[in-house]
Design a binder for this molecule. Structure first.
Ligand SMILES: [Mn+2]
Length: 314
């Protein structure tokens, strides 16, 4: 990640004021953490800002700072728009779609399939968007235990608690970053508890879903109702199946299907999601959507994935 780009962003943030910050819908730990960490940076720069989140803050995140800055309705007069951890307009809430266009747009993201064109784009090859914010905060010398814990949340969230497959170079970088954050007072135990502990009722529901998982030629898939459980976490869990090459979680939203892919090694599900499912993401974790009924949709998805595995001899 170029430090020059970070310096350019700092210059912009210092010059401007009245920021509206948002992230993708169905926020995950990295999205929430980058949203609020950006708020902490703006607060330290004495700027006016709001953090937009259209969903409720889930109970497990009750410890996060700056909750008073989170808004669900957009009323203020904002001049600048910062979007974090989001690679596509399809993942921006409708309320944001209505207001962001005439603003100065800053995009901070780490999805390899990001094609958004803002007035300033910082799309870097990073494990999480919070990694980018980490370097931004470091350059600005903004440091606190609170911020460190928040950044750990994003990093641990997007790396499945440091268990995703990464190159040696990236592993060293991420472990150094985590060490730095712990030294700054970041509470890794709290972060792990936030990410790993679940209510008993959710375990029972997951057990039911695990029993419904189908498999064929290394492809493991399951259909769930829209928002039945945390779909991303479910997909990560299923990716622990040793025999699995590709995991597909299909979320049925009645008029469309949301699809979550996970894969191992060189199987690039970001490419699949982008090419066939109007989506994108990372090599081993991606998502998309499909406007089809469930039966046709499942058959179509399986065919695409099977063909892809065959073509590439995985
Ligand atoms: Mn992310």
């Amino acid at each position: 990640m170029g430090i020059e780009k970070i310096k350019e962003l700092i210059k912009i943030l210092k010059e401007k004021d009245n920021f509206l910050v948002a992230t993708h819908i169905n926020y995950d730990p990295d999205a929430l953490s980058s949203l609020i960490a950006t708020g902490i940076i703006l607060k330290n720069l004495n700027k006016n800002f709001s953090l937009y989140l259209d969903e409720e803050l889930k109970e497990e995140y009750s410890w996060v700072p700056l909750k008073e800055k989170i808004i669900k309705e957009i009323n203020g007069d904002y001049e600048n728009f910062i979007l974090v951890d989001c690679e596509s307009y399809r993942r921006i809430s409708e309320k944001i779609q209505k207001v962001f266009n005439d603003k100065f747009k800053i995009f901070i993201d780490h999805h390899q399939t990001n094609k958004l064109e803002g007035d300033f784009n910082l799309v870097a090859d990073a494990i999480s968007t919070t990694e980018i914010i980490f370097y931004l905060a470091k350059e600005l010398k903004i440091q606190s235990a609170e911020l460190a814990t928040l950044l750990l949340l994003g990093i641990m969230g997007d790396s499945s608690n440091l268990t995703v497959e990464l190159s040696q170079e990236k592993l060293i970088k991420i472990f150094e970053m985590v060490t730095d954050l712990i030294k700054l007072g970041g509470d890794l135990n709290l972060v792990n508890q936030t990410l790993l502990l679940k209510p008993f009722a959710e375990f029972k529901k997951l057990a039911e879903i695990f029993n419904q998982v189908n498999q064929e030629d290394g492809i493991f898939w399951v259909v769930i109702e829209g928002r039945e459980v945390q779909s991303g976490a479910l997909a990560n869990n299923l990716n622990k199946i040793r025999e699995a090459k590709v995991i597909i979680v299909i979320e049925d939203f009645e008029n469309y299907l949301r699809i979550h892919f996970r894969s191992k090694g060189n199987i690039d599900v970001a490419e699949l999601a982008q090419r066939y499912f109007n989506g994108g993401g990372h090599k081993n974790a991606s998502g998309g959507r499909l406007e089809m009924n469930l039966e046709e949709g499942v058959a179509y998805i399986l065919k695409i994935v099977k063909d892809y595995l065959k073509e590439n001899a995985f």
